[in-house]
Ligand binder design. Structure first.
Ligand code: 8X3
Length: 253
């Protein structure tokens, strides 16, 4: 019996990455979960295996090119790469934001995607039907006050996906961009505000139903499981309460 195709998911220790790993495993992929925090990663992988699916954990920092290259040598063929690792740091205006935050956001949201995609492209091609997913953001499509550093980085991720699709047309590899809007995960806003849970809570204040990590994982899994000739170029997904990055319906008392 042929073994199940491999799906690599970055940033898989929590949130959208963990939910995507769970759903791709349930869809029949052997999932390789990567993230920096090996203990959390192993817990998610163990949970997937306990459910009767196939998962393994690999501690990896997507910004460490040497580590990424060495990770890539373990695979001859990979069916799916989900570039999910990323995030925002700070929400300060251009006039006062910290260049170090901008650099770090560029490193993880853009160079991280570049590192994994470059390193795994040969194995994705060798699979005969490879898929690269880039989890960008609605921030990669329109700006908002206090968002410039993150918006610039997510625009970088979007441009990487669009350009790669042009450059590899004719090869058996799809490039899919999924751009989520407001998603309430354990960590996104808390990381952005450096542990300030009050500020983080404000992001979702009064919003009836922000998207969940599972909602986004479903869109990723749906896009990935279309027949190989169907390329979902871009899928923008927001909660019903969010009409644009800056037009959010809040029910405040
Ligand atoms: C997250 C969406 O609106 O916080 O990628 O930039 S937003």
């Amino acid at each position: 019996m042929a073994s199940a195709p491999i799906a690599v998911v970055t940033g898989a220790s929590s949130g959208i990455g963990a939910a995507t790993a769970r759903q791709l495993a349930a869809a029949g992929y052997r999932v390789v979960l990567t993230a920096r925090r090996k203990d959390r990663l192993e817990a998610v992988a163990a949970e997937i295996n306990a459910a009767g699916h196939q998962a393994m954990a690999y501690g990896l920092d997507v910004t460490d090119r040497e580590a990424v290259d060495s990770f890539a040598t373990a695979f001859r063929e990979i069916a799916v790469l989900v570039n999910n690792a990323g995030g925002a740091l700070g929400a300060d205006p251009v006039a006062t934001s910290d260049p170090a935050d901008w650099r770090q956001m560029y490193e993880v949201n853009v160079i991280g995607v570049l590192n994994l995609t470059q390193a795994l492209l040969p194995a994705l091609t060798a699979s005969g039907d490879g898929t690269v997913v880039v989890l960008s953001s609605t921030a990669g499509h329109a700006t908002y006050e206090g968002g410039a550093g993150y918006v610039a980085a997510k625009n970088g991720a979007r441009v990487l996906a669009e350009t790669l699709r042009l450059e590899i047309v004719g090869r058996p590899v799809r490039v899919i961009e999924i751009a989520p809007g407001m998603v309430k995960t354990e960590e996104f806003a808390t990381t952005r505000f450096r542990g300030d849970t009050e500020k983080a809570a404000k992001v979702y204040e009064g919003v009836a139903e922000p998207l969940t990590a599972e909602d986004v994982a479903e869109t990723v899994t749906w896009a990935v499981t279309r027949p190989p000739h169907v390329n979902i170029d871009l899928l923008v997904v927001r909660p019903r309460a969010q009409a644009s990055n800056t037009k959010v319906h809040r029910e405040l008392r």
